[in-house]
Design a protein around this ligand. Structure first.
Ligand SMILES: CC(=O)N[C@H]1[C@@H](OP(=O)(O)OP(=O)(O)OC[C@H]2O[C@@H](n3ccc(=O)[nH]c3=O)[C@H](O)[C@@H]2O)O[C@H](CO)[C@@H](O)[C@@H]1O[C@H](C)C(=O)N[C@@H](C)C(=O)N[C@H](CCC(=O)O)C(=O)O
Ligand SMILES: Nc1ncnc2c1ncn2[C@@H]1O[C@H](COP(=O)(O)OP(=O)(O)OP(=O)(O)O)[C@@H](O)[C@H]1O
Ligand SMILES: N[C@H](CCC[C@H](N)C(=O)O)C(=O)O
Length: 490
């Protein structure tokens, strides 16, 4: 696409009339620039992209978008906000891909990954080609790609949607993080259905206050459905049991569909029964009522199932077909995943890394643990420090044997993170084993029939981030090894 044509999508009042090179790609990282790229300078949290503009030109960039004038040998287009310009241009460059498919976005503190995988199964069972973007990976039809962020930057995102459109994907499902909303990564995405799971404490390192965190989430719904286009209705699927929903109802012009357990809702679950093998409940959806038997465990799983069913109904899917898909799902990797190696007590790997998710998952374990609950838990470095003492308190109040350990210390001192956790539980009983491998081995070696071992925080992750190093580490592998070595030594 020619530069002039591309820039016309910015709808600037002051037309750019300089050189008009052919643009071959849009990049915000000079290391990805090819001949003919449009390089967008983003002022980041670590470095300033403007400092890489010269290098980008040396690599072949044909033009540069910047927030201030730069002395370069190629056209420099100055804009007020280069992140926003990048989102608009990426959407245009890739031919407005999200307008060519159904797009479902899921936001909320917990449950995004799980809900997105439930929806993927529902649409795949309808023989639709699906795309998925989230914490675990990006999937375009049948090909899976690694991802760095839950919600990538706008260029990566629009390129992925473009590839989905090329692969005839009809439904794309994506997780929308609060960081993405705050930083405008999803500007240009034309959502059909926007799902809210819940809002509880996390990411206060980034958002600073819960109010600002809620406002970031609110952007998702205020940006939805303002034009009433006849054949493309927009739906906001909201959790009736979460306080933030009232704000989001006010914020959105889209059709609101609510789901819930405790409060009145369009789609509701009642008579919930939970045991170690699954969860059952009665679903009401308008005048319809169905008995549902899940292989998933816990009240929080019911919420995820309700939100997925609600979104599927908004997409026009059949209720019974949707329920069949949901009942079939065994689980999502690293989410309440049972590690079975012939031991006589359950060992569960779960991605709970927030106070609320830890509380939910421990309460669920409490429903079927007959004796002790061992929980192995840590808190991430370079992340919300205020959740550390709270997560320690939750571990001590809901588990009989809490073991504090490391979880991705990143640039921080692992021992200091543990001290931050301990500050919340002065006088309580707990064990500290900084080495996660040893912590898992310790719990597995002590547990007996009737006990439960919960390994929280890392779920599907296959690494431990220590300083700048990415060390291979998988809770599921470590749990299996610990069980084997225990069985071997019996
Ligand atoms: C705080 C944050 O969101 N940081 C994101 C941000 O990084 P940054 O601001 O540090 O970028 P930077 O390194 O300063 O670079 C600035 C610019 O210079 C460019 N650059 C940089 C170096 C270079 O040599 N050449 C070059 O051109 C970069 O490409 C960039 O355009 O932009 C990067 C590229 O888009 C993101 O990968 C990065 O996410 C980091 C990895 C991250 O950890 N983010 C977390 C906090 C996050 O966003 N999490 C949410 C999920 C949260 C949840 O719900 O659990 C997510 O959506 O992932
Ligand atoms: N609806 C829910 N409410 C509360 N906790 C939940 C819910 N669903 C899942 N959890 C808990 O949160 C953990 C993470 O779940 P999931 O990966 O689905 O959330 P997420 O929002 O994608 O998280 P992240 O963005 O940090 O990857 C699970 O392992 C479980 O402990
Ligand atoms: N998306 C979350 C994942 C946290 C997972 C946990 N293992 C940690 O490292 O804190 C984050 O980046 O905050």
């Amino acid at each position: 696409m020619k530069l002039h044509k591309l820039l016309s999508y910015l709808h600037s009042l002051f037309t750019y009339e300089g050189e008009n090179p052919e643009i071959t790609s849009i990049e915000n990282d000079n290391r990805k620039v090819i001949d003919g790229s449009l390089f967008v300078c983003i002022k980041g949290y670590t470095v300033d992209g403007h400092d890489f503009a010269q290098l980008a030109v040396e690599h072949g960039a044909a033009a540069v978008i910047a927030e201030r004038p730069l002395d370069l040998d190629v056209p420099v287009i100055v804009v007020r906000d280069s992140s926003r310009a990048m989102a608009v241009l990426a959407d245009a460059f890739y031919g407005h891909p999200t307008q060519k498919m159904r797009l479902i976005g899921i936001t909320g503190t917990n449950g995004k990954t799980t809900t997105s995988h439930l929806l993927e199964k529902i649409f795949e069972d309808r023989h639709e080609k699906t795309g998925l973007i989230g914490t675990m990976y990006t999937k375009i039809a049948d090909t899976v790609y690694e991802t760095k962020n839950t919600t990538p930057d706008s260029v990566t995102l629009q390129k992925a949607f473009h590839e989905m459109a090329e692969a005839s994907v009809s439904t794309a499902i994506m997780e929308v993080s609060s960081h993405a909303l705050e930083l405008g990564r999803v500007h240009g995405c034309d959502y059909d259905i926007a799902v809210f799971t819940n809002l509880t404490q996390d990411h206060l390192d980034f958002h600073k206050t819960m109010d600002r965190y809620r406002q970031a989430k609110s952007l998702f719904f205020s940006q939805l459905g303002n034009a009433y286009i006849e054949n493309r209705p927009k739906y906001a699927v909201l959790n009736a049991d979460d306080e933030a929903t009232a704000d989001f109802i006010k914020a959105t012009a889209a059709t609101v569909v609510t789901y819930g357990i405790d409060n009145e809702a369009d789609i509701r679950a009642k008579d919930i029964k939970i045991d170690a093998n699954g969860t059952s409940f009665t679903l009401t959806a308008g005048k319809e009522e169905r008995y549902i038997q899940l292989k998933l465990i816990g009240k929080f799983s019911v919420y995820n199932v309700l939100s997925a069913i609600s979104a599927a109904l908004c997409a026009g899917n059949d209720l019974d077909e949707t329920i069949r898909s949901i009942e079939d799902i065994k689980g999502v990797a690293g989410r309440f995943e049972l590690i079975s190696a012939n031991q006589d007590f359950p060992v569960i790997v779960d991605y709970a890394h927030t106070p609320d998710s830890l509380e939910n998952v421990l309460k669920t374990v409490g429903e079927f643990a007959r004796k002790k609950i061992y929980v192995i838990v840590g808190c991430g470095g370079d992340r919300d420090k205020t959740k550390r003492p709270i997560m320690a308190q939750i571990a001590c109040s809901l588990a009989t044997d809490p073991i504090f350990t490391s979880d991705n210390p990143r640039s921080e001192d692992a021992a200091q993170i543990l001290r931050d956790m301990e500050a919340g539980v002065v006088g309580k009983e707990y064990t500290v084993i900084e080495d996660r491998r040893q912590a898992i081995a310790y719990a597995v070696s002590k547990a007996e029939e009737g006990d439960v071992v919960l390994i929280a925080g890392k779920g599907h992750e296959t690494y431990q981030l220590v300083g700048d190093e990415v060390l291979h580490f998988d809770d599921r592998e470590e749990a299996e090894k610990a069980i084997q070595s225990r069985l071997g030594s019996v």
